[in-house]
Design a protein around this ligand. Structure first.
Ligand code: TYC
Length: 102
């Protein structure tokens, strides 16, 4: 007993928290959806100003697609679906897709 050594266990707990990966919502150009309708949907679903909506719409129109915004996966997918459905309900082929950020 007299030679017993009492040691304190050295246990280090490391907690790693990773930020959830953000997902881009992308507006895809088409030849049929009216420009004003695209702008209206951008403003309603993505809460952007008239100016920002115009710029995103024109960029997609000229380059084929444009990133609208980034959100967590669930929010990005829900917004892309809602915005695409809004076009579909009017008979337009308007399309919003999502993809993870690098
Ligand atoms: N290209 C369409 C037109 O000329 C307008 C448009 C812009 C449609 C962007 C979709 O993602 C889009 N009426």
């Amino acid at each position: 007993m007299k030679n017993d050594v009492i040691t304190t266990p050295k246990i280090k707990l490391e907690v790693k928290v990773e930020r959830p990966k953000l997902h881009k919502v992308i507006l895809v150009n088409d030849d049929f959806t009216p420009r004003e309708f695209v702008v209206r949907i951008l403003k309603a679903e993505f809460r952007v100003t008239e100016d920002q909506a115009q710029r995103v719409m024109i960029t997609a129109h000229q380059r084929g697609s444009c990133v609208v915004s980034v959100y967590t996966k669930d929010v990005a997918e829900a917004k892309a679906t809602n915005a695409t459905d809004a076009g579909r309900s009017k008979g337009y082929p308007l399309l919003f897709t999502t993809e993870p950020e690098e």
